[in-house]
Write a protein that binds this ligand. Sequence first.
Ligand code: SF4
Length: 343
Amino acid sequence: MRSVRDAPGRPVAVANGEEGEPGSVKDRWLLRHRPHLVLDGLRLASAVTGAARGVVYLSDPHAERAVRRALGEWPAELPVAVVRTEPAYVAGEESAVVRRIDGGPALPTAKPPRPYESGVGGAPTLVANVETLARIALLHTRPDGAAADAHLVTVSGTGGAAALVEVPAGTHLKVLADLCGHGRAEAVLLGGMFGGLYGAGWRDLPLDQDSLAAAGGALGCGALHFLHPEACPVAVAREAAAYLAAQSARQCGVCVSGTGALADALAAVARGEADAETSGKLLRWSRGLPGRGACGLLDAAAGVAGSLLAHFPDRVEDHRDPGCPACAGAAPGDGRRFTVPVP
Ligand code: SF4
């Protein structure tokens, strides 16, 4: 907010409610059920940055109806437009948000400039996640910070029901898993798909940005997908990589070839057709590809592959003998395994 405030020009503030991760529902839930809280946060963020107008950016039609209704009940201190986009993994990336609001496709652009430097209509633009804005509104009413120091987490997984829960920052994953019926899980996919797979030791991970990053994962959108004993991490990695390859916006050559190669190699591992050379390539790509696309999709695919090799080398090795039943029945990578209905 400081960067936007200090940039030359009259800023624009955007509430970004387009959550591309299929395993996350928190933003749609907030827009559907707490739209006034998000709008209050947008108004406060606009006051801090000096924004002349606001935009609510989303793809969910139920959320759009709730926001429009709330705007009708809201003091008209700040002109707010609602911009609807098509749902896609990359549609919520900040430069894609700006491009779509300006009338273009919801696809990321090369950076710099970042939106805070030149965003909607060339104005400095705050692109803030709707949960962030809701927490700004809570912080305004509870300045002690208690309301802000928490996370909305979408929990799902093989062998248990999906749930959206709010927990204090730092809550151990074991507590969260037990609370949601996933205590038997052997592994977890962190941050939607962005934080990769985590095996032994996942129970001791505290749910906060810094701790997960230090452990080689990421909090991302806060979605956790637990893998129960009958689930195969190779099958999960293969489905995630196939989904990401299908969602590539196909703008950056390195992403088109990189996500495709990662997905193909993981599919070969799952079919029992991979050799040591395949694992070597996966390792090289997982280290060399992150940071080379215009957005984080390529990083997510590389992270899924790298974390599979790091946490499950024996399971990868076991797949040299074809016949893993979980991999044989794996979904085609349309994201269905990870998709959670909005409560
Ligand atoms: S990295 Fe991939 S998804 Fe992201 S902008 Fe480039 S081509 Fe599109």
